[in-house]
Design a binder for this molecule. Structure first.
Ligand code: CP
Ligand code: NVA
Length: 303
């Protein structure tokens, strides 16, 4: 695996291998077993948007693997003043062993991979968030024992999280239902691909979507870059809340997941959030382990 640009690029076998490596690295970390698989390697981390989890888990991940990480804000880089991606990619390829980038356009990530000569890892774009969903799949597998056949329901905006959940969960043989307001559906091409498996449903009816779900997932109603629309979105998305009434329709042992940050009493009630805090924060922890697996596979460490 050279890059991680989007989950749709990976096969079920490749995802399973990443999850197996992640489980092993988690076990080793918990038991104090060092794993310096990327000794002497440097990851550049370009951020054009805010981050808590992605920044810290990648930086700690590189440290755990014996390498180092550089935080590069696009506000400080020349890329923020218009230096072309193709030049940035060719320059950074001569200093670094890999790049993690969080930005707006998916095309920028694809262009870094096209023009650079080092592994590129997508740390979130407006289109997708593959690292988060690898951690999510790891968490579901830990708690439910298997992925195939399980039903995940995503409630809310058909955004980057919805797109990556569709790509990852459908690839792993899960059933996916999305409940969102009309006009806020996930990517049309991805939905078409998912529908062809017979395991996908997108509806405006949250109660239909959540029926018998093993996992209920939600995310903010206004993503980074949509701050100006937040007030309007609060009205449109009000019926799409993960709350006790809707949760009563999921399986009794259903997990609740959230990529975080969360807005209590918007996409999820404080009550449901706190009832499922163990799952949600384990999910956040698993970012570290899952991304270390990605780093090892992309940047050449041996497992
Ligand atoms: N879930 C996630 O990516 O969190 P950050 O925005 O804090 O990185
Ligand atoms: N959809 C959210 C995810 C944050 C991790 C956003 O893009 O802001």
């Amino acid at each position: 695996m050279k890059h991680l640009l989007k989950l749709a690029d990976l096969t079920a076998d490749e995802i399973t291998e990443l999850l197996n490596i992640a489980d092993q690295l988690k076990y080793e970390k918990k038991n104090g077993v060092p794993h310096p698989l990327l000794k002497g390697k440097t990851l550049g981390m370009i951020f054009s948007k805010s981050s808590t989890r992605t920044r810290v888990s990648f930086e700690v991940g590189m440290f755990d693997l014996g390498g180092s990480a550089l935080f590069l804000s696009s506000r400080d880089l020349q890329i923020g003043r218009g230096e072309p991606v193709e030049d940035t990619a060719r320059v950074l390829s001569r200093y670094l062993d890999g790049i993690m980038i969080r930005t707006f356009a998916q095309q920028e990530v694809e262009d870094l991979a096209k023009y650079g000569s080092i592994p590129i890892i997508n740390g979130l774009t407006d289109y997708c968030h593959p690292c988060q969903v690898l951690a999510d799949l790891m968490t579901i597998r830990e708690r439910k024992g298997a992925l195939a056949g399980k039903k995940l329901c995503f409630v809310g905006d058909g955004n980057n999280m919805a797109n990556s959940l569709i790509a990852g969960c459908i690839t792993m043989g899960m059933q996916v239902s999305v409940a969102c307001p009309a006009g806020h559906e996930p990517d049309a091409k991805l939905m078409q691909w998912a529908s062809e498996t017979g395991n996908f449903l997108c509806t405006t009816d949250v109660q239909q979507a959540i029926q018998d779900a093993d996992v209920v997932y939600t995310d903010v109603w206004a993503s980074m870059g949509q701050e100006d629309e937040a007030a309007e979105r609060r009205k449109v998305f009000a019926p799409y809340q993960v709350n006790a009434v809707n949760m009563a329709l999921a399986k009794p042992d259903a997990m609740v997941m959230h990529c975080l940050p969360a807005h209590r009493e918007e996409e999820i009630t404080a009550e449901v959030f706190e009832q499922h805090a163990d799952e949600i924060f384990e999910e956040a922890e698993n970012r570290l382990h899952a991304q270390k697996a990605v780093l090892v596979k992309c940047m050449g460490g041996e497992q």
